[in-house]
Design a protein around this ligand. Structure first.
Ligand SMILES: [Zn+2]
Length: 200
């Protein structure tokens, strides 16, 4: 056997964060209780994307539900009301505007959140195929900070990644929630991309 033939490269993955061991992020993961149920409806074309922030979001919020499908049945709890769809369009209510009046804090009004994950075209597709999404009030941001995940645009081409978008909503919904561990995790991931290039 020729020594020139090299065995296939086997990349070992961390059992906890599922990332290749060379880029394991476990040291930066500080899981928190999710203040409200969140469903991420992820388009299948997004699921295998190395730059998706959803795997990081899952590490930070273990209770997060991620559905990878083009078509998906609504969460059972949807019938209880108070669910919102994070989707910036002209009918959306800015989260910064919720809670301005005495009886309508974001904590009281937002009981569940659906987040669409994919490119602008794919999130529109998800919205079209899953007609139950149209029954939900839409939530957006008016004063969101600039995203730090500059290597990739977020849902619908927004400047905030999915992870940052969810962190921003949760900051408004619960005073117990801290966005900092999520931002730290993302910053580490960005640093890895800058160090290792476009590999995972
Ligand atoms: Zn790990």
């Amino acid at each position: 056997m020729s020594s020139a033939i090299l065995p296939p490269v086997v990349r070992e993955h961390c059992a906890q964060c599922q990332l290749p061991t060379t880029v394991c992020l476990c040291a930066y993961v500080h899981p928190q209780t999710c203040p409200l149920p969140i469903w991420v409806l992820q388009h299948p074309s997004e699921a295998s994307h190395a730059k998706s922030t959803v795997p990081l979001l899952r590490l930070a919020l273990p209770e997060l539900t991620v559905k990878v499908a083009e078509q998906c049945a609504p969460p059972k709890a949807l019938t209880e009301g108070g669910w919102w769809l994070l989707y910036p369009d002209e009918s959306a209510v800015a989260i910064e505007d919720i809670g301005r009046t005495a009886n309508s804090s974001a904590e009281l009004l937002i009981k569940g959140l659906i987040v669409l994950d994919g490119t602008w075209r794919k999130t529109r597709r998800l919205l079209y195929v899953n007609s139950w999404l149209a029954t939900l009030p839409k939530l957006s941001f008016s004063k969101a900070p600039a995203g730090q995940y500059t290597i990739r645009k977020g849902p619908g081409g927004q400047s905030l990644s999915t992870l940052e978008s969810v962190a921003y909503v949760l900051q408004h919904v619960s005073t117990d929630f801290s966005a900092e561990p999520l931002h730290t995790l993302l910053a580490q991931r960005v640093a890895q991309f800058q160090k290792f290039g476009h590999k995972k």
